[in-house]
Design a protein around this ligand. Structure first.
Ligand code: AMP
Ligand code: ZN
Length: 120
């Protein structure tokens, strides 16, 4: 199914998590989005919210992808509340490209919280 193949990239670590090739600690899953704990957490709560569609970065977003990103933010809000940081506050971060600090070339939203976060 060519349409389905366009949604995944064979060399991508997050696509491998999505298809079960690499294990992760999943904390959320629906037909469009998954979320799992970051392997190298920078805060007591550090969750990555990832679209099932392989979008390389914000810079590579196509028409319609803004709805996916909107839903990723909605999932972040739900997970923040589940982790009891909804009221105290948290940081949502998307790194874009090399100078933006993006290491994994599959769009993802970092949900960071559980302590006072001054820097990103
Ligand atoms: P970024 O720098 O925005 O591309 O963030 C990539 C994040 O993915 C980093 O915080 C890594 O710790 C995290 N990461 C890389 N590989 C894995 C993995 N297999 N499972 C969970 N998190 C990962
Ligand atoms: Zn991918």
């Amino acid at each position: 199914m060519p349409e389905e193949n366009e949604q995944i990239s064979e060399d991508c670590v997050f696509c491998k998590i999505l298809n079960g090739e690499i294990e992760s600690n999943l904390v959320y899953s629906d037909e469009e989005i998954v979320a799992f704990n970051d392997i190298n957490p920078k805060a007591p709560i550090h969750i990555l919210i990832v679209p099932r569609k392989h979008i390389e970065s914000v810079a590579e977003m196509e028409r319609g992808d803004e709805f996916i990103v909107g839903n990723m933010i909605k999932v972040a809000k739900i997970l923040a509340e589940e982790n009891r940081i909804g009221e105290k506050g948290y940081k949502l971060l998307i790194n874009v490209g090399e100078e933006g600090g993006q290491v994994v070339p599959h769009l993802h939203l970092h949900l960071l919280g559980g302590k006072k976060l001054r820097e990103f």
